[in-house]
Write a protein that binds this ligand. Structure first.
Ligand SMILES: [Zn+2]
Length: 104
């Protein structure tokens, strides 16, 4: 089970975008990296193609390392490290280390 999942809101704690919050758009588990909406924007110069005659500059999010973010807890809205807890039902949940609430 992963600590950070697609759709999570995370807070960036290192790098140029430190302090920003954003939604996780993609998780690249084999690299330990994620793409967060609006974070680590990189610009690419696009050559004109048959379809897009103009070319130009394209902005998109680059990946950042998972260790550079904290998940925002859906219960207490604070950035937290994530633990795990197995419920009586056998379901494994993530757990906020700030408030102790579990979440999927
Ligand atoms: Zn919490």
């Amino acid at each position: 089970m992963r600590k950070v999942r697609k759709g999570d809101i995370v807070k960036v704690i290192a790098g140029n975008d430190r302090g920003k919050r954003g939604e996780v758009m993609r998780v690249l588990p084999e690299k330990g990296r994620i793409i967060v909406k609006g974070v680590n924007i990189i610009t690419k110069h696009q050559r004109p193609t048959a379809r897009q005659r103009e070319g130009g500059i394209i902005e998109r999010e680059g990946t950042i390392h998972i260790s550079n973010v904290l998940v925002i807890c859906p219960s207490c809205d604070r950035p937290t490290r994530v633990g795990f807890e197995v419920l009586e039902t056998g379901e494994k949940m993530r757990k906020c280390k700030q408030c102790g609430e579990t979440f999927e």
